[in-house]
Design a protein around this ligand. Structure first.
Ligand SMILES: Cc1cc2nc3c(=O)[nH]c(=O)nc-3n(C[C@H](O)[C@H](O)[C@H](O)COP(=O)(O)O)c2cc1C
Length: 401
C-alpha cells in the first residue's frame, strides 16, 4: 500500500525503541522505502545495525558524517521524505522540535521536511503529563504535527499510567492513514456496520454467527483514510477499536444495532451494512439459566424475526443517499443477491460465497462480486483492505463523484 513512498522513521532515546524495529519491518512489508534517523542516545538502546538489516538502508545518526561528503545528507533525506514519523519520541526531542532546535541529524533533517509529520510520544506518566511537555505537544499540533497519543499501561519504570508507545500496528495505521489515499471522500458522512450480533437466550447463552467484523472495519478504515466522517456501528468483535472514526457505537443485539443505525441514518450520505445481523432471536429471554429437562427430552426454542435493518434503510432512503449491503450465501449467490438488491432498494450488494476459498468470515482476504441495478462486477481474490477501497470506488461512481 505504500509502494513508491519514503518514510523517515525517527528513533529517539527511550525504552520503547525496540518497538520501532517491529514498526520498521512492518513499513518495509508495505513496500515503502524506510530511512531511519536515530539520536545518539537512541543508539544506547538499540543498535543502528538492527534498522539497517531490517530496512536495507544506512541509518543516519551523525550530521557531520564524512562518508558521503558529496551530498548534504539531512537535506537529501528531507527532499526524499513523503512522511516523517518519530517513534518513540522522547520528551527531549519533542521539546527541541517544538522550538525549532536543530542540533543533531534527526532534528536538523526534520526541520528541513515539508511533508506530513507524526510523533508518537513515549515516556514516564509524570514526564508526559508535565505542563511543559503538554505545551510542547500543543505547539507541535499548531505547527501541523499529528500527535499519536500514548496508551496507558505498565511502564518500564514500574509505574502504571499513560505514556506507553502504542503497538506497531497502531503506528502503521497512522502512516497508512496519512499516506495511502487521495482524500476523495472529504466531507462525506458515512455509516458502516460491522461484526456479528448476539441474541440472548438466557443470562449465559446467546445465538450468534461467525462474523469477525474484519470486512466492515476495513471499509470504515478505508473511508476514514479517504477523508470521510465515519460512524462505525459494531457488534461484539475481538478487533481493536479503529482510530480516526468520528463515532464508534458498540452494540450487542440486532435490536440495538437497528436502533443505533436508524437513529443516525438520515444524516448519512452513504451507508455500508457489512454487519452479519441475526435474522432470528429467541422469542423470549429466560430470566434464569435454562436447565436440562429432567426426562432428558429435546428442547425446542421458538424464534422470532429480528428487524430487517437494510429493508428499513431502503424504505427510508432519502434523495442522493447511497445504500450498500453485503450478502453472504452458500448457494445461488447471485440470484439471492439480486433479489435483495431489488426488494430492499439497495444501490449495491457486495456478494461473497462462503464456500469459495479465501472468501467470507475470519479470513484476511475476500472474493467479492458487486451487483448494481445494471452491472455485475466480479473482483479477483484480494485483501479485505483492497476490497474495501474497490467497493468505495464503485460507491463513489454511483454517487456521481
Ligand atoms: C533507561 C532509560 C530509559 C529512558 N526512557 C525514556 C523514555 O521512555 N522517554 C523519554 O522521553 N526519555 C527517556 N529517557 C531519558 C532520555 O534518554 C534522555 O532524556 C535523553 O537525553 C534523550 O535523548 P534524545 O532525545 O536525544 O534521544 C530514558 C533514559 C534512560 C536511561
Amino acid at each position: 500500500m505504500l509502494s513508491g513512498k519514503t518514510v523517515l522513521l525517527g528513533v529517539t532515546g527511550g525504552i520503547a525503541c525496540y518497538k520501532a524495529a517491529e514498526l520498521a519491518s512492518a513499513l518495509v512489508k508495505q513496500h515503502c522505502k524506510v530511512r531511519v534517523l536515530m539520536t545518539k542516545n537512541a543508539t544506547e538502546f538499540i543498535a543502528p545495525l538492527t534498522f539497517e538489516s531490517l530496512t536495507g538502508n544506512p541509518v543516519a545518526v551523525d550530521t557531520f558524517d564524512r562518508d558521503r561528503p558529496w551530498e548534504i545528507e539531512h537535506i537529501a533525506l528531507a527532499d526524499q521524505a513523503d512522511l516523517v514519523l518519530i517513534a518513540p519520541a522522547t520528551a527531549n526531542v519533542l521539546a527541541k522540535l517544538a522550538h525549532g532546535l536543530a542540533d543533531d541529524m534527526l532534528t536538523t533533517t526534520v526541520l528541513a521536511c515539508d511533508c506530513p509529520k507524526l510523533a508518537a510520544p513515549a515516556m514516564n506518566t509524570r514526564m508526559y503529563e508535565n505542563a511543559v511537555t503538554q505545551d510542547n505537544l500543543d505547539a507541535l499540533r499548531r505547527y501541523g504535527w499529528e500527535i499519536i497519543e500514548p496508551v496507558s499501561g505498565r511502564l518500564a519504570c514500574g509505574a502504571t499510567g499513560k505514556g506507553k508507545l502504542p503497538d506497531p500496528e497502531r503506528l502503521l495505521e497512522a502512516v497508512l492513514h496519512a499516506l495511502t489515499h487521495r482524500k476523495d471522500m472529504t466531507g462525506l458522512k458515512v455509516l458502516v456496520t460491522a461484526g456479528p450480533t448476539r441474541e440472548a437466550l438466557d443470562p449465559v447463552r446467546y445465538l450468534t454467527n461467525l462474523s469477525t467484523g474484519r470486512m466492515g472495519y476495513a471499509v470504515a478504515r478505508a473511508a476514514a483514510a479517504r477523508g470521510a466522517d465515519v460512524t462505525l456501528v459494531t457488534g461484539p468483535t475481538e478487533l481493536p477499536r479503529p482510530p480516526y472514526m468520528a463515532e464508534v457505537v458498540e452494540v450487542t443485539s440486532a435490536r440495538q444495532m437497528f436502533e443505533a443505525v436508524t437513529a443516525r441514518s438520515a444524516e448519512m450520505d452513504l451507508i455500508v451494512k457489512a454487519a452479519a445481523v441475526a435474522d432470528y432471536r429467541p422469542a423470549t429471554v429466560a430470566e434464569n439459566k435454562i436447565k436440562k429437562t429432567r426426562s432428558g427430552t429435546d428442547l425446542s426454542l421458538p424464534l422470532e424475526r429480528t428487524d430487517d435493518i437494510l429493508a428499513w434503510l431502503g424504505a427510508h432512503k432519502r434523495d442522493g443517499q447511497v445504500l450498500c449491503g453485503f450478502s453472504m450465501e452458500t448457494a445461488d449467490l447471485l440470484e439471492h443477491s439480486r433479489e435483495k438488491l431489488e426488494k430492499k432498494r439497495v444501490d449495491l450488494i457486495a456478494a461473497n460465497n462462503l464456500r469459495e476459498e479465501g472468501a467470507g468470515f475470519g479470513t484476511s482476504t475476500n472474493l467479492l462480486t458487486f451487483l448494481t441495478a445494471d452491472a455485475v462486477i466480479p473482483l479477483p481474490l484480494m485483501s479485505k483492505t483492497e476490497a474495501a477501497h474497490q467497493l468505495l470506488d464503485e460507491l463513489l461512481r454511483l454517487m456521481g463523484m
